[in-house]
Design a protein around this ligand. Structure first.
Ligand SMILES: Cc1cc2nc3c(=O)[nH]c(=O)nc-3n(C[C@H](O)[C@H](O)[C@H](O)COP(=O)(O)OP(=O)(O)OC[C@H]3O[C@@H](n4cnc5c(N)ncnc54)[C@H](O)[C@@H]3O)c2cc1C
Ligand code: FES
Length: 363
């Protein structure tokens, strides 16, 4: 969530306060940014240090965060990245792949370019070192507890390995690798992120077992049929699953059928939207007094940001509920299900609802 930034260092705060007194009508942020584009009293920012290809369609981005960032995330959590594209900032969530430690001044994310995706291809191929991006504070409950459980199972497909990589790297660095099984599926070896590093971990830690499944050669993993063979004691393990919707759904069924649902942790990377949008309308933000006209495919979150409002958000995918705000009047439509919600102080997720006519949000 971006609304409660940690306070700036005292020097920067004094500079901002002085700027506020001296510089109206320009905002203090404008002046801070002239001195250093990473200084902002309003939002977290970071500078791209490098973009290093991992596979043909993915890359690891190293980012140096500016003032206000604390290297205190939990391994497995994700961060919001806002990058300018075609004149607008677009936000997406990415799992942090770096180890949380105060002994660094950078963080990493690893991005797979999605065919026809709006931002991921730009992050993988279009960002120059030095580019300033916006950051949202790390979020998410898909993380490794401290101390790590004695027996762990990770099941991942494709880029779903990223949060697990942060967890494995952390256990490796802290010398706390417990009994770990990783079942990871990708189409073929060339598409596998972090393959050499995972092999190194396997070679260095006798308690870490890796099963690679190459779906073009071996077929897709079926938890119903393969799990018992791949990890016979899976019922006794805490399990973390990150991958396709079908894998997550199947895991939910298998763990529920075995009465083991509480030991399953799942991370979703995407939420489907239905095709046809509503007509849109005018969105009024009652506390700030701003209003913006928007179409029925633009979320209330995007509409608010377009109007310059500091909207709360986390995953931007209808998962974390950080973006929930009271809808005081009007009607909105859930872009995933088509369900319409009416005003009257109902709490709605702004990241997956769009206006279905004029509406008023309390922010
Ligand atoms: C908690 C969390 C953690 C995540 N961590 C990672 C991570 O570590 N690494 C990573 O790579 N991703 C991660 N993601 C996914 C990431 O946030 C983005 O959703 C992803 O990069 C796609 O963004 P995009 O802008 O390219 O695609 P979008 O433009 O948002 O499109 C989303 C999907 O729709 C498809 N699509 C878009 N337009 C069309 C069209 N016209 N026709 C057909 N299909 C279309 C795209 O192919 C894509 O699959 C994570 C997501 C979440 C919620
Ligand atoms: S930002 Fe996560 S549910 Fe809306």
């Amino acid at each position: 969530m971006i609304t409660s930034l940690p306070s700036l260092p005292i020097g920067l705060r004094r500079l901002r306060d002085a700027a506020e007194r001296l510089t109206t009508p320009l905002l203090p942020d404008d002046y801070l940014a002239m001195i250093n584009p990473l200084w902002s009293a309003r939002e977290l920012r970071g500078r791209i240090v490098s973009v290093v290809p991992e596979t043909a369609d993915s890359a690891t981005l190293t980012i140096a965060p500016g003032a206000g960032w604390r290297f205190e995330h939990r391994p497995g959590q994700y961060v919001g990245i806002g990058a300018a594209l075609h004149g607008r900032f677009r936000w997406r969530s990415y799992s942090l792949t770096s180890v949380p430690t105060a002994r660094t001044d950078t963080l990493t994310i690893t991005v797979k370019a999605m065919p026809e995706g709006m931002l991921s291809g730009h992050l993988v191929r279009g960002l120059e070192p030095g580019t300033v991006v916006r950051l949202a504070r790390p979020e998410g409950d898909f993380f490794l507890p401290e101390p790590p459980p004695p027996r762990l199972l990770f099941i991942t497909t494709g880029s779903g390995i990223t949060p697990v990589m942060a967890i494995l790297r952390t256990m490796d660095r802290r010398g706390s690798m417990t009994d770990v099984v990783l079942v990871h599926s990708v189409p073929d070896p060339e598409a596998m992120l972090f393959r050499a590093e995972l092999h190194d971990l396997r070679d260095h830690h006798p308690s870490f077992r890796l099963h690679e499944q190459f779906s073009r050669r071996d077929g897709r993993i079926s938890l119903t049929h393969d799990l018992q063979r791949l990890c016979p004691d899976w019922r006794e393990r805490q399990a973390w699953v990150c991958g396709t919707d079908s894998l997550l759904e199947e895991a939910g069924r298998v763990w529920a059928d075995a009465n083991r649902a509480p030991s399953l942790h799942r991370e979703k990377f995407a939420s489907a939207r239905i095709g046809n949008a509503s007509a849109g309308g005018s969105v009024r933000f009652s506390t700030s007094g701003f209003a913006v006209e928007t179409d029925g495919a633009t979320t209330l979150l995007e509409a608010g940001e377009r109007a310059g409002i500091l909207m709360p958000f986390g995953c931007r995918m209808g998962i974390c509920r950080t973006c929930v705000l009271p809808l005081t009047a009007g009607r909105v439509r859930d872009l995933r299900t088509g369900t319409e919600h009416e005003g009257g102080h109902q709490m709605i997720q702004t990241c997956i609802n769009a206006p279905a006519g004029d509406c008023v949000l309390d922010i």
